[in-house]
Design a protein around this ligand. Structure first.
Ligand SMILES: [Zn+2]
Length: 263
């Protein structure tokens, strides 16, 4: 009688076949994972505000719109890109790698162009030497495009606009307290990390979070042409997730909190 010395291992005739099986199954699992991830991958397109281009990432429908306005705030960019893969909504990312954007050779702050006065002031700040009419051309160009851009950018009725920012030069919740209606500071939190919101109900929720939070009531505080002002004027919900540059985990945690708790 011939005894087959090759023992069966879990239904396989040899160790080699078993390893082969694991390899194939592993490959299959890996491919399934990739395709599952691929299915959730946001659809990428583009839009513009005059000469300023934005990448648009759409992951299904939700009442959330997220935006990155400062191209040098790379932590916020990473947080936003990772967030929009996991959560439904639409994200807008400025196509720029600096804080300031160049138009016709002039620099301006993209978070100061949501009103004409704001645009005028930011251009004047960086280019007081340039003739008034050269700056006014840009003011007019952006003015013509603003409404159609805001329509694309804005969340559906009752939805929420979420802006992501990073700070590195001394900006903190203390810088905003004079303009705040209410605020809540947590002793274990860095004062450079905070939620700034324009809606009282959102504030009530975020004030109970483990994070710092501050309420600036709609349109009654700063008139500098920022997105928060534009949202405030329309009485639209707006939250700025402000985090010190480099603290990716913190910014992601704050975004997740916001997703889980705000309607
Ligand atoms: Zn910023």
């Amino acid at each position: 009688m011939i005894i087959d010395k090759r023992k069966k291992i879990g239904g396989f005739r040899t160790v080699k076949t078993a390893i082969e099986h694991i390899r194939l199954n592993g490959l299959f699992f890996f491919l399934a994972l990739i395709s599952a991830l691929g299915a959730d991958k946001p659809i990428e397109s583009a839009t513009r505000f005059g000469p300023i281009e934005f990448t648009v990432l759409i992951n299904g429908e939700s009442n959330r719109r997220l935006v990155l306005l400062h191209g040098d705030e790379k932590t916020a960019e990473k947080a936003l890109k990772q967030h929009i893969v996991r959560y439904k909504g639409t994200a807008f990312l400025i196509r720029n790698h600096e804080r300031l954007f160049h138009i016709n050779g002039l620099r301006l702050d993209p978070n100061r162009i949501f009103t004409n006065d704001g645009t005028r002031n930011t251009l004047h700040k960086y280019h007081p030497e340039v003739p008034h009419q050269d700056r006014e051309k840009i003011v007019e160009e952006l003015n013509m495009e603003r409404e159609s851009f805001m329509e694309k950018l804005s969340p559906p009725s009752g939805g929420i606009m979420i802006a992501l920012h990073n700070n590195s030069q001394g900006y903190s919740i203390d810088s905003e307290i004079d303009n705040a209606t209410r605020y809540s500071i947590k002793p274990d939190q860095d004062r450079r990390d905070f939620f700034l919101c324009t809606d009282r109900k959102d504030y009530e929720i975020l004030a109970r979070s483990p994070f710092n939070a501050l309420l600036q009531l709609n349109g009654v505080t700063k008139y500098n042409g920022s997105l928060s002002e534009a949202m405030g004027r329309k009485s639209q919900r707006y939250v700025n997730v402000e985090v010190r540059l480099g603290r990716l985990r913190q910014q992601k945690k704050m975004l997740e909190y916001l997703e889980a708790h705000l309607p």
